[in-house]
Design a protein around this ligand. Structure first.
Ligand code: ZN
Length: 141
């Protein structure tokens, strides 16, 4: 499994160095949620815009550790273009995965599967979770 772990680490570092959909948009049709993780200084804002039951756009801004920033970047790529109900199901499944709870194998986590190893590091669960929790908040409005 060592090679797979290396691959996962590479994907996470690649998103950390080259974040996708970073930078907020000043547009009232976006819903915004700011969330912090004081235990390691993570500070993230997530924005999403839904239209006709589809997540049309998802963006983030913030700073923090590599797990936090990379998980926000992967979140935005995973969610754009998804049906809102699918996006919600994926986010809930992802949060179960990183919390070491049983997941629904029928819900495809796509690239977010690279964070599966987080469950082995309880101190990092919050780092990997906050962006996804913030996203869920933005689509519930
Ligand atoms: Zn962190």
């Amino acid at each position: 499994m060592a090679n797979l772990e290396n691959l996962y680490r590479e994907v996470i570092m690649e998103h950390y160095k080259n974040p996708r959909n970073k930078g907020l948009i000043d547009d009232p049709s976006y819903h915004t949620k700011h969330i912090k993780n004081p235990s390691c200084g993570d500070d993230v804002t997530i924005q999403s815009k839904c239209n006709d039951g589809i997540v049309e756009d998802c963006r983030f801004e913030g700073s923090g550790c590599s797990i936090c920033c990379a998980s926000a970047s992967v979140l935005t790529e995973t969610m754009i273009g998804k049906k809102v109900e699918t996006a919600e199901a994926i986010a809930n499944n992802y949060l179960r995965m990183v919390s070491n709870e049983s997941i629904d194998p029928d819900i495809d986590l796509e690239e977010a599967e690279v964070f599966a190893g987080v469950r082995l590091f309880p101190a990092r669960i919050k780092c990997a979770s906050i962006s996804w929790k913030a996203f869920l908040d933005t689509i519930k409005k």
